[in-house]
Design a protein around this ligand. Structure first.
Ligand SMILES: *Cc1c(COP(=O)(O)O)cnc(C)c1O
Length: 406
């Protein structure tokens, strides 16, 4: 039987997954990105580098994270059996530490002195500041002034960890302006600084590199699930912002054509412009932040405003590999709205004693929907990308009354 190997085919030497990806940056950055690509290809073949990262995953992050059979939730839904890959149990509470450690270790091996990044809600900033502290690198995090105020606890965390948080006061003072400011600072000195991208987005080699660092999630889960059940899962589900936690789970299973794979995007308040971030569902091929992908864009190719109750999901672009997987039909991309995500947030908390991140709650909500349509013997493996501690104050203040909390 002929099976297509989606992994070996992508990306090509120029960083393309089908028509998506590539490298669209100012001329002076090309040699820098080429140097990073070369260093990465070399290091990933070195036993020493692989071992060092594996040791950090095991002894610092707490890997392998468990796979948990949510029997009570599954029974409440009545249908397929739901399993969670518990990335919420990692040090710092989400999957982001996996790629932040990988990028920080690469930067250190390349002799870089400082990590630089933007952050929206502050989750990427905190994970990167953690990796910088551990590996002895300086860390500058650019954050819009509005986000600094909204996400004050994360600003404090980053400062405690020794990072410099640089508030950005331009324009709408949120994520987009922070990206611009971080990029400008990076271009000033790309030799001693390393721009650590927070998802499977950006110019080549970042979508590939971040994917490789997240791949451990699916590799572990595949083995754990087989040990627990004697089989592979019938379905996979993960939420998609930029797409790193999703591709991290999916990669180990892409060649198992009998497994159905679902990526879940936020449809927010509605499908009206500015009220969702369903990029793969409603976007069109375009360009954003140095690469080609599906983009929510206007007629001139400018990114449209996006929204989700889960700030980690509101990005108007998406990883190039997801764009490709959508086009070849290997992954199905579905949507979950704010209300469905909130219901799932409380349902998982109350059925299993696990408070999920609002981002992850989108995956939980879709899994619940899917499970209700499956026979009891069928299984769903969900990437529970993060814990919900960061979201509880907001959820209770705004929606607590709906769920009996005042
Ligand atoms: C940032 C974040 C996401 C979204 O990012 P991806 O790159 O799409 O994984 C999802 N879940 C949690 C908990 C996050 O912090």
């Amino acid at each position: 039987m002929h099976t297509v190997n989606h992994l070996e085919n992508t990306p090509d030497n120029d960083g393309y997954f089908g028509q998506f990806g590539g490298r669209f940056v100012p001329e002076p950055l090309i040699p820098i990105l080429e140097e990073i690509t070369r260093a990465y290809y070399q290091l990933r073949e070195e036993e020493g580098f692989r071992q060092e990262l594996a040791d950090l995953y095991r002894h610092y992050v707490g890997r392998p994270s468990p796979v948990f059979h949510a029997k009570k939730l599954s029974a409440a839904v009545g249908g397929g059996q739901i399993y969670f890959k518990r990335e919420d149990l990692n040090h710092t509470g989400a999957h982001k530490i996996n790629h932040c450690l990988g990028e920080a270790l690469l930067a250190k091996k390349m002799g870089k002195k400082k990590l630089i990044a933007e952050t929206g809600a502050g989750q990427h900033g905190v994970a990167l500041a953690t990796a910088a502290a551990l590996l002895g690198l300086e860390c500058d995090i650019y954050m819009g002034e509005v986000d600094c105020e909204k996400e004050h606890p994360n600003v404090i965390r980053m400062k405690i960890l020794g990072a410099n948080v640089i508030p950005v006061g331009d324009g709408l003072r949120t994520l987009k302006e922070a990206v611009d400011a971080a990029f400008l600072a990076y271009v000033q000195d790309p030799v001693t600084q390393f721009y650590a991208i927070g998802s499977v987005v950006g110019p080549h080699p970042f979508p590939m590199m971040v994917r490789d660092f997240q791949q451990v999630v699916g590799e572990e889960a595949r083995e754990q699930f087989q040990q627990m059940t004697g089989k592979l899962p019938d379905n996979l589900v993960a939420c998609v912002g930029g797409g790193s936690n999703a591709i991290g789970l999916f990669t180990a299973f892409l060649n198992d054509e009998e497994i159905n794979i679902y990526g879940v995007e936020p449809s927010g308040l509605s499908f009206k412009t500015g009220e969702h971030a369903a990029t793969l569902t409603l976007g069109t091929p375009g360009m954003i932040h140095g690469f080609k992908c599906y983009v929510l864009q206007d007629e001139k190719g400018m990114p449209l405003p996006v929204y989700s109750i889960a700030s980690g999901l509101d990005y108007p672009g998406v990883g190039p590999q997801h764009s490709y997987l959508k086009d070849i039909g290997r992954v199905q991309y579905e949507t979950i709205n704010d209300t469905e995500a909130l219901d799932a947030f409380f349902m998982l908390s109350r059925e299993e004693g696990i408070i999920p991140a609002l981002e992850s709650a989108h995956a939980v909500a879709y899994a619940v929907k899917l499970a209700s349509q499956l026979e009891v013997g069928k299984t769903i493996l969900v990437n529970l990308s993060g814990r919900g501690d960061k979201d509880i104050d907001y959820v209770v203040a705004k929606y607590g009354h709906r769920y009996g909390i005042n």
